[in-house]
Design a protein around this ligand. Structure first.
Ligand code: HPA
Length: 235
């Protein structure tokens, strides 16, 4: 048990897939895993451990934002000996170079967040993916003939804002899209010398306000789930 996760030691696999939403974690566990066990439900943040094609894997939710993923990923790495966390989430595209449903593997995350500096004294506004997971995802996508875009993302602390223009940090660093968690996940992985990747599906295009409809959402995330699970097999 850790402060926020009630699984016993040994009930979490070395590789964890982390959607933001607890019900998405349940969906993946119900539809893709065998021998599944719900190992933690503290605060309704579900963690399921099972096997995918005989490989042990845990699917656990991160909640939203850097503070939330910062807590769960730290405890997983530090107290459950997790080697690798792959966040699987959605992002809003700043540019029409990305299309709805595109897959995006985050090379580094820029943020105005104080998380990395406050936690570890990293005085930086960006953190890179860590370890082999990023490359494994790209190689797996090639093998499966799936297209994955790569580049920098903006990890924002803010979902609703007054100004309509693209935030300065994102414009200056050519961030193609915005999400809210990769920066803290990568900071924890850097500090603890672990592997971390963030694989995203474009759920909205900010300049045109196009978005994936509620009933398309579940199905539209299937390619990302499949790619993440197949990547786990190659790690
Ligand atoms: N902002 C932040 N995070 C997001 C968005 C967004 O517009 N879309 C999906 N995740």
């Amino acid at each position: 048990m850790s402060v926020h996760i009630s699984a016993k030691k040994g009930e979490i696999a070395p590789i964890v897939l982390m959607p933001g939403d607890p019900l998405r974690a349940k969906y993946i566990a119900d539809n893709y895993l065998q021998e599944v066990k719900l190992v933690s439900q503290t605060r309704n943040i579900f963690f399921f451990t099972g096997t995918y094609k005989n490989k042990p894997v845990t699917i656990g939710s991160s909640g939203m934002g850097c503070p939330s993923i910062g807590i769960y990923s730290y405890e997983l790495y530090n107290e459950y000996d997790v080697d690798c966390i792959i966040r699987i989430g959605t992002c809003g595209a700043y540019s029409t170079d990305l299309n709805l449903f595109d897959l995006f593997n985050v090379e580094r995350a820029f943020s105005e967040s104080t998380f990395a500096n406050a936690a570890f004294g990293y005085p930086r506004d960006h953190m890179y993916h860590e370890g082999k997971a990023y490359a494994t995802i790209n190689e797996t996508a090639e093998e499966l003939m799936m297209t994955v875009k790569k580049g920098p993302v903006h990890s924002s602390d803010v979902f609703y804002r007054a100004a309509k223009r693209i935030p300065e940090i994102a414009a200056k660093n050519d961030c193609l899209a915005v999400e809210m968690e990769a920066f803290a996940l990568f900071a924890n992985a850097a500090y603890l010398k672990k592997s971390a990747a963030t694989l995203l599906t474009v759920s909205d295009i900010i300049p045109t306000q196009e978005h994936i409809s509620a009933d398309q959402r579940e199905k539209s995330l299937l390619p990302m789930m499949k790619l993440a699970l197949e990547s786990v097999l190659r790690m």
